[in-house]
Structure formats: C-alpha cells, structure tokens
Ligand binder design. Structure first.
Ligand code: FMN
Length: 439
C-alpha cells in the first residue's frame, strides 16, 4: 500500500494534510469535503492521539480500479471476470510461505487511530479491516470486509451479513462450540484489497485471486497466536477469535445507505495480538463514500455481467452506480423484447442488490443517471417500458421489508426504428479547445 501511495503522489493524485486532525469527526469531515471536490487520495500525516499517519480515498476512482486490473480501456467487467476464471482453474491456495518481516512492532489496539465517523456512531470503528479466515472444513483462506467497533484493547464487535462467507465459517465453527480464528488486516496491497471485495465460490481462494491481480506471490508468514498465514503486505495485523454463542451490543453506526443501523446484539472478537510493520500507514474508509461504494459497485456489476453473458446475447457493459442497489445494462439490441429479457435475467443475477434495473442502448453512458433517465424519457412510452415485480425480498438486512420488490426499466429505443433516434451532432464540438476562443 505504501508503494501505491507513492505512485499516487507521483501521479499528482494524493493530497496531504499536514495539520494535526482530530480522529473524532474532523478526519471524516475533511475526507467527505475532499471527496466532494475530487477523487484524490488523502494522507493525514498527523492524527491526534496516535503515531500512525492515516490514508483514505485510495480506491475511490473507477479509473484507478481499472488500472489496477490492467483494464486500461476502462472495461472493468470482462477483465475482472478473466481474473476470476484464472483463479477458478488454480488448485493452489495462493499462499507462499516466508519468514515474518524483521520490522514488526508489537502494540495494542488503542495505539491505532480510533476514528469516529458519524455523530451517532456508538464508538470508534475500524472500517477498512479485511478479515482473513480459513474455511473450518476445507482450510481454504478467505478475505472479506467487516467494519469492527472498538470496545477495549481486548475486544472488538462486528456485524456479520447473513450471506457472507465469514458468517458461514463462524456458524460452522459455532455448531462445534468453537471460536473462529481471524486476522484483521489493515492497510494492504491493492491486490489484496480488490480480492477481498470479491464474492467467489467457497472452494476458490481469494489469496490466489490477489496473486492473479498483482502477478506476484502472496508471501505470508505464520500468525503469532492463531493458525493463519499473514500476508507480508499487511501493514497492521490484529489477531483474534470470534466467540461462539456470544452476542453483545454493537452500533448504531452510519451505514452505506446514508442512515444509521440501530444497535443490535452482534459478534464478539477477543483480541490475542496486535502488531504492525515499522512505518505503517493506517487506512480509513468513510462508509458509504465513493471509496466504499465504487469497488463494491464495480465487482457487483462484473458479477451481473458474467451471469447475463452466459444466458443472453448483446450484453456490452454493466454498471451499478450511483448506489449499488441499482443496475444499468448497456446492450446491442438483437430482437424485439430483448431488453425485457435482459431485465428478467438481471433480476436473477444478484438477489440482494439490484433493486432497480435499467437497460439502455450502446450510445448511453451507463455511469451517468442523467443520460439513462433521458434515454428512458425520450425513447418511448413510460407505461409500456416499466416492469414492477412485487413481493420479492431484497437486501438481507431488512426487518420492515423496505427493500422488497423490483423495478425494471427498458430505456432502449424501439427495436427496428434506430434511424428515427439518431442522436443529433454539432460537427467539430469534440475537437474544440475553448482556450482558443476565450482569451
Ligand atoms: C471497501 C468495502 C468495505 C466493505 N465493508 C463492509 C462492512 O463493513 N460490512 C459488510 O457486511 N460488508 C462490507 N462490504 C461488503 C462485503 O462484505 C464484501 O464485498 C465482502 O468482502 C464479500 O466477501 P465474501 O463473499 O468473501 O463474504 C464492504 C465492501 C467493500 C468493497
């Protein structure tokens, strides 16, 4: 991650904050304002109460994500799916064993930046922590994101989503009345970060995926107190065990949808060791910000793209921006009704998130909802191009059924009438440099 920070600095995509900032709200407030201005990463060199510098907004740009997987043409979905295909064919778990780095420093949780993000959060949270765990039966390693509430130097609390792999591992360990060993990795290489966002079958290794992304071995060393191998590229490591059959209050916390999730009884992690690489940089993620959502949107879009391409022709690209419960699909129409079939297939491609599905023609920018709505409103009747499927559950954490139902919108032009919808063009506009005119 430190190499990546240096690269962004050289490329002019890193802002540095030299004044000391308060980890209580101020750091998050500066992050939020900076994100409104641009996609630059932000490095806070002094954070009150800790010796660690803090970096944020590293992975907020779709362009940077494309670069990291060598999709320089901007087509994330096919490049990501090629990496997944290569991972599927690997029997290797992705780990290459090495000695522990010589520069490890031992400490405690409260040495780390204890950042409070939102007014009503129950406490400080670690929001970029990647949980490394092994499938209790197959021992295949898995990486996944779960924010963790700081309670004391000995205890963190986490909220596990019902569909996550870590939840499945924990349940299986719990049925044997066993704690699940986990390592929280904070400040990892871009390859590990991207791999952790993937939801892939349980028998594929996300460390193998990270190795495919970076093209390098994931050198790892034995953890100090648990049976896991820690990637050398992790700047900060927190080892612990998720207790079996114990839940304690966690939250409220300001979540990705922009609201607070209320306090609930959630899982408890007992901390067994905390250490870091000398000169470590702590990674902070503002939940629900572009850094949190861009990657999640992009990998969710790639999953839907994969599914659609397996069942239908003419699928060009998929985007889940601006809020990843939305899916927009770009197609080259092949027959009358094609877009409606794409909507039906998309509903089945991700049962949690694609609450609204839009289908557009290939000239539309699918990351710009203004263009998408313009296409819907200008290319045909609204009453015949809207599909509502009621009484279908959506997002798994939904006590009041607020995420039930599906909305499908065919925003394509009528099949066979393309000539009538030719977009008007002002010749020469693309080549105009306004500096030649406004002097
Ligand atoms: C930057 C980032 C942060 C995330 N944070 C959380 C989180 O705090 N809690 C959560 O339930 N999911 C979070 N997610 C979503 C998923 O947990 C995540 O994609 C997960 O790693 C999927 O892994 P799995 O399929 O191995 O369970 C986050 C995703 C990203 C990309």
């Amino acid at each position: 991650m430190r190499n990546y920070i240096n690269k962004l600095k050289i490329d002019g995509e890193l802002r540095t904050v030299a004044v000391a900032v308060d980890p209580q709200y101020e750091l998050a407030a500066v992050t939020k304002k900076s994100q409104r201005q641009n996609d630059d990463a932000v490095l806070f060199s002094q954070v009150k109460g800790t010796a660690f510098p803090v970096v944020t907004n590293l992975f907020s740009s779709r362009r940077r994500l494309c670069e990291l997987i060598h999709a320089e043409d901007g087509n994330f979905c096919p490049a990501w799916n090629r990496l997944l295909d290569e991972t599927a064919s690997m029997s290797w778990d992705g780990i290459s064993t090495s000695d522990a780095p010589a520069d490890l420093v031992t400490g405690k949780l409260s040495n780390l930046p204890l950042i409070r993000y939102h007014e009503k959060d129950a406490g400080p949270y670690f929001t970029s922590a990647i949980f490394l765990a092994k499938d209790p039966d197959t021992k295949i390693p898995n990486l996944s994101f779960h924010r963790a509430m700081y309670v004391s130097d000995d205890e963190l609390r986490i909220r596990l989503g019902s569909t996550h792999d870590l939840t499945d591992y924990q349940r299986r360990a719990e049925t044997k009345n066993e704690a699940l060993e986990v390592a929280l990795l904070i400040g990892v290489s871009p390859a590990l970060f991207l791999a952790a966002s993937a939801s892939i079958p349980l028998d594929w290794s996300e460390l193998a995926l990270a190795s495919r992304i970076s093209g390098e071995a994931i050198w790892s060393y034995p953890a100090r107190t648990i049976d896991l191998e820690i990637p050398q590229a992790a700047q900060i490591v927190v080892e612990g065990r998720i207790r079996a059959n114990e839940r304690r209050p966690e939250g409220p916390f300001g979540e990705f949808l922009g609201y607070y999730v209320p306090e609930a009884k959630n899982h408890v992690v007992d901390i067994t060791s905390v250490y870091w690489r000398k000169e470590a940089v702590f990674h902070s993620i503002l939940c629900g910000s572009s850094e949190d959502l861009t990657l999640l949107e992009t990998v969710t879009a790639a999953k839907i793209y994969r599914h659609l391409n397996a069942v239908l022709p003419g699928i060009i690209d998929v985007s889940c921006s601006p809020a990843f419960m939305n899916t927009t699909i770009k197609i080259r129409q092949q027959y009358e009704g094609h877009a409606r079939q794409v909507i039906m297939a998309a509903f089945g491609a991700d049962l949690d998130f694609n609450k609204a599905v839009f289908v557009v023609d290939e000239d539309i920018d699918i990351t710009d909802m203004n263009e998408v709505m313009w296409a819907f409103l200008s290319r045909g009747r609204v009453d015949r191009r809207t599909m509502i499927i009621d009484e279908v559950p959506g997002f798994y954490r939904d006590p009041h059924k607020d995420h039930w139902g599906r909305l499908g919108i065919d925003a394509t032009m009528p099949f066979g009438r393309e000539a009538e919808f030719e977009r008007k063009l002002v010749p020469g506009e693309a080549d105009i440099d306004l500096n030649d005119y406004f002097k």
